[in-house]
Design a binder for this molecule. Sequence first.
Ligand code: HEM
Length: 259
Amino acid sequence: MSEFKQTFNSSLGKKLIMALTGLFLCTFLIVHLGGNLLLFKNDDGYGFNVYANFLTHFPPIEVIAYLLYLSILVHALYALILTIKNRKARPVGYAHVNKSPATWSSKNMGLLGSILFLFLVIHMGDFWYNYKFTSKIGFKEYRTDLATDKTQSVDYVPTSPNFEKSVSTENNFEIVRVKDLHARVASSFTNLLYVIFYVIAMFAVSFHLLHGFQSAFRTLGWVHRKYTPIVYFIGTWLFAVIIPIGFALMPIVYYIQSR
Ligand code: HEM
């Protein structure tokens, strides 16, 4: 077996891959949160629907998306393999003395990761799968008056089954027709149980990343007296506080607005 293959088949190699895929997933979360902030725009989903269409129809992003799905699978699979191996090597757990949230997170990464994996299966099944592979999501037409910049929206029924998107101009109106993913998001978040599930999953994101972000840097050997406190700061405030709160606000705000 080549040295390269040997390294990546070893436990250390698997940990390195987990660190790299984990950091890639962290960068995805920043982009995903940024894009989803369009859900807070009061425009009947115009910005969000155009953004979702761009994501699924721009080839370079599609390539990155497939890399993302692969990273999720590899990260989860290697976590499972390493956990089983560690359990076999040391069936009795360590005595816990330190009860800080960071220590609790580090001891429960498997549980937190499993909640996240379940969340991802349900989440992607609801939005991503239905958007890409079913006809459950309808279309919307946005008409913008180019003189006043005011936009009005109506439901749109395409004449062709292969219709994806169109942009045209008619009598000084810009007409954009796109899939209405926004309506799907809004309807999913009218269900209280679903909203509670999302909020619990965002706690799992928070605790998973509280330990995971800084742990990835340690695994990669990127430890430095000056920079490690910055990594801890970003892991705590950006990944364990701001990002999970930002995501959790989406189902909560939509649920409150639907009442
Ligand atoms: C709670 C608020 C969230 C909302 C409203 C939301 C919404 C969406 C929507 C509408 C899509 C399909 C279109 C798109 O790619 O943008 C999507 C895809 C996806 N979401 Fe989320 N999301 C949320 C949180 C999360 C979190 C916390 C994670 C990860 C832990 C996540 C992981 C994913 C993944 C992996 C995809 C597929 C990405 C792609 O193909 O581009 N989402 N999400």
